[in-house]
Design a protein around this ligand. Sequence first.
Ligand SMILES: [Mn+2]
Length: 310
Amino acid sequence: MGGAPFIEEAPGTFGGYLPERARSIYSLVGVPFDSTSSYRSGQRWGPRAIREASAFIEFTSLHAGLDVEEVPIYDEGDVGVVHGDARETLRRVSAATRALAGEGRRLIVLGGEHTVTYGVLEGLASALGRTPCLVVLDAHFDLRGDYLGNPYSHACVMRRVLERLHPPRVYYVGVRGFAREELELASSREGVAYSTSLDVERLGEANVAARVKRFLGECGSVYLSVDLDFLDPSQAPGVGNPEPGGLTFREALNLIHAIVDERLVGFDVVELAPPHDPAGLTAVVAAKLVVEVVAAHARALRRARRRGGV
Ligand SMILES: [Mn+2]
């Protein structure tokens, strides 16, 4: 059991073992919520499937050149969600993440559907005094005004974030499926920028990552939201809204390791829908992404400390 409100004991632990909490700066939280799912549901089983997969992969990162077992991740458990009630669930996610971020812990959030990101950002904004800048890996903008009458649907989560939490900067990578109103908003709104999956293919990961870093500029804190559907469905089929033409896992690793630095205050991996993941591979991909993002951050933090910057 963790110390934050609304957190229930985890159904297992990330990586198969629970380190001493004081030895870790990373707090992992699951949010098994999927009530606004519009197509393929089952994201409530995501945290459990990612934890299970995490016990059977190696905690190494070739890009970061380190064994992530040296970087312990403390699994706090799952937020007690209220199925069917997005507002109350988000309130709980916000309270839990505010408490953890208030302790100075770096957050790792396992979805659940993308809606949960709103609660995490609200909690972080409250703990940090301002909303962090965002990097969003997603096939979609999630910028609709509402979806099927629900303002808290996964399809409009980023619209709520922009309207209410005012992140100074938002950069999307991998977008390729959107409504006209979403594209217009993303193209015209100050502080919002994007690179499509085709941009990644044409420019290469290094150039796209350089654009992201330039755009983030002087941001003091950064949050990374990873909707697994940014990857190509051939590599990550088990998601709520698969969209063909996505990134490969290797492109994703190049991007992540070039973008993530010591300013990362947290990240999420959302939209895994285990009932639609017949070979269980999307869960493995999700677990490995967690390991790689932590590895990228841990390396950046070490370098920054050596420079005396943090
Ligand atoms: Mn998406």
